[in-house]
Design a protein around this ligand. Structure first.
Ligand SMILES: Nc1nc2c(c(=O)[nH]1)N[C@H]1C(S)=C(S)[C@@H](COP(=O)(O)O)O[C@H]1N2
Ligand SMILES: [Mo]
Length: 383
């Protein structure tokens, strides 16, 4: 932990200098307000009561999912390249990105495909980071539209996929690999809520854990497509060969080359909701104030129609109030007061989207524990 913490502080301080901020602002332990699931690599999620306090998730309550320790990148010499099927291969320094190009801010929810794995693992044991319901957060991301960078480099006609490569070094099977992946060209060129090459999160430089100095943010896609410590963008006629597109982030029953070769990569996230307050196992009064989040599927034309909570095993449901405004690729917080019977009971939540799709009561198990979106149950006691 100590070594990681020092690494965070050093890179954080460089980021602060780069934007002319006082280093004190970034001197706190970035994991202080999180539940730490592992330190090397750093993986941590917020306490659920913290998560539903604000529609925009403060950085200190935003989950961290990294496959290796954050690389130390010098913002003074850092460059990102745009290469492959382009007319003009290019490199951009941070100064060029932050000073010369039109910035754009996008509000988008990021969620890990492994969110809620802990519960998924109760069906049958799953390896991997044992996420609760906190591998999700909503932030304001500022950067350059990926489409603008591609336009500058001039993509060739045969282009179909945009690859991303991070600067992290991940030990894997005696080798060292980098985190990467790709998105289809149409997604990279989506106009209304564009994919970004982002350098700020909630108005401040990215922290080391969230990808300082640069990451992609791909609204509507699982977090794995938003590559941190971004250093290469490659335009190609095919999907990235990177392990995190070809091998991980697929729904398979067995982790064998045969199963993996047949399964498509996961891109869009799916409809999901969870109860964040009251906490699982807590003693509460009736009626109880129930709060949580809901995220529609990663499709800008589909919204959340309703969120319902049950306290009788799903026999009867009460509709929750959706708070705040509806925005594409953003979660909504919700609230409802529910009468409880005396003694032990379970609160259950399920959401329905504008196409009539509803979170299922149970979902089929997959070996990597991705995309778990069954009804969320929270046991509580009254009296
Ligand atoms: N370079 C790099 N990018 C990465 C990762 C990583 O390990 N290395 N993890 C991915 C995964 S699985 C997720 S869910 C998100 C998490 O972003 P966050 O840590 O900022 O919440 O980053 C993605 N980008
Ligand atoms: Mo993830």
């Amino acid at each position: 932990m100590e070594l990681n913490r020092r690494t965070f502080l050093r890179v954080g301080a460089l980021g602060a200098v780069w934007l002319g901020m006082g280093p004190d602002l970034m001197a706190a332990d970035p994991f202080e307000s999180l539940k730490v699931l592992s330190t090397d690599p750093p993986n941590a999620e917020p306490h659920l009561a913290d998560l539903v306090r604000d529609w925009i998730t403060p950085v200190e309550h935003f989950y961290v999912r990294s496959h290796a320790v954050a690389p130390k990148l010098d913002p003074g010499t850092f460059k990102v390249s745009v290469e492959g099927l382009v007319q003009r291969p290019m490199q951009f320094t941070l100064g060029e990105l932050t000073g010369k190009l039109q910035p754009r801010t996008v509000t988008a929810t990021m969620t890990c495909a492994g969110n809620r794995r802990n519960e998924h693992s109760k069906i049958k044991k799953i390896d991997g980071v044992p996420w609760g319901e906190g591998a999700i957060g909503n932030a304001n991301w500022t950067g350059i539209r990926l489409a603008d960078l591609l336009k500058k480099a001039g993509i060739r006609e045969s282009a179909k996929h945009i690859w991303f490569e991070g600067a992290d070094r991940i030990p894997k099977g005696g080798d060292v690999i980098t985190f990467g992946g790709s998105i289809p060209l149409e997604k990279a060129l989506e106009d209304a809520t564009p994919a970004l090459v982002a350098y700020e999160m909630n108005g401040k430089p990215l922290t080391a854990d969230h990808g300082f100095p640069l990451r992609t943010v791909v609204p509507g896609y699982i977090g794995a497509r938003s590559v941190k410590w971004l250093r290469r963008i490659v335009v190609s006629d095919r999907p990235s060969p990177n392990h995190y597109l070809q091998g991980a982030y697929k729904l398979v029953e067995e982790e064998t080359p045969e199963f993996l070769a047949k399964a498509p990569p996961i891109y869009e996230y799916i409809l999901n909701s969870a109860i964040c307050v009251p906490a699982s196992g807590s003693k509460v009064d009736s009626p109880v104030d129930v709060r949580g989040y809901v995220l529609g599927p990663g499709d800008p034309h589909v919204t959340v129609a309703k969120v319902e909570v049950s306290a009788d095993g799903g026999k009867s449901w009460t509709q929750a109030k959706l708070l705040g405004k509806e925005m594409p690729y953003c979660w909504r917080l919700w609230q409802v007061n529910i009468d409880l019977p005396e003694g032990s009971t379970e609160l259950i939540v399920r959401a329905t989207d504008s196409q009539g799709n509803q979170q299922p009561q149970t979902v089929p198990w997959n070996v990597k524990g991705y995309m778990y979106n069954a009804w969320h149950h929270v046991p509580v006691t009254t009296g």
